[in-house]
Design a protein around this ligand. Sequence first.
Ligand code: MG
Length: 320
Amino acid sequence: EDGSTKEYVLIFNKNNTTIVDQYGLLQVVGNKIVDKNNNPISLAGNSFFWSNNGWGGSDFYKASVVSWLKIDWNTTIVRAAMGVEESGGYLESSGSNINRVKTIVDAAIDEGLYVIIDWHTHHAEDYTSESVAFFEEMATLYGDYDNVIYEIYNEPLDVSWDAVIKPYAETIIGAIRAIDSDNIIVVGTPEWSQRVDLAAANPITTYDNIAYTLHFYSVHHTQWLRDRASAALNSGIALFATEWGVLGYTQNDPEAEKWMEWCSDNDISHCSWAVNDKEEEWSIVKPNSNSNGSWNDSELTDAGKLTRSCLLYTSPSPRD
Ligand code: MG
């Protein structure tokens, strides 16, 4: 059903032009994320699972998986999710987690894809100095690459935007900007990155190229969250859906369709959660699937099949 897409990917590779070659360094202009020619752009791709040692999802942190997602899913952006304070994460084992994140970032650079470096925690404000050190290292390594987007706080819980998250964000942004003046930085919002209205009411104004995180899972989040997000956009901030999840265990998810339409109408980039084979409804592949990629249809979960068809349909055409 996707023969034409595969054909275009082959043509695309023959010309040796990648998505990042074509669209370049992304910037935030008003409430839009735009390419190097100031045209709004919406990227569609995949988030990896938590990087933590021994959590299973770490097995998929491979260049071959990035390559497969590009070729077979038309993925234009991937997200490396650096686990922080939980077992096997950065605080306990920084070296192995950094190596996994670097594997994904290096692969994305090689393949000409965009890549999000995500500090994947629900308590970032408790680990500000560790976050500064991590992002200084990443900005030093990758700040000159157009591919890279920093995401400094995955999902804050029910904590104050004004008193906790915004001050945390300004500290981390300041550290990144001292090294990398221009790549986009995405900031998480309260209540699992659903309260984009709170960021919209008091946005970060001391730095440029800031977007705010919106996460949606179609089992929980419906029109009310699209309305809230539309209002935030209308107030002037840019949003980035660094995670979203389908209903799971079914390919029939009308809410996913509505969300994809909303993203397309508003030029919102999005990454599907998650590249993993854990037995849970959002994993894109079934337990014990090939951790090198090259999945056949029987290895994809219903969520994986639905997500793949969304990506094949929504990724920007390089012939635009
Ligand atoms: Mg830069």
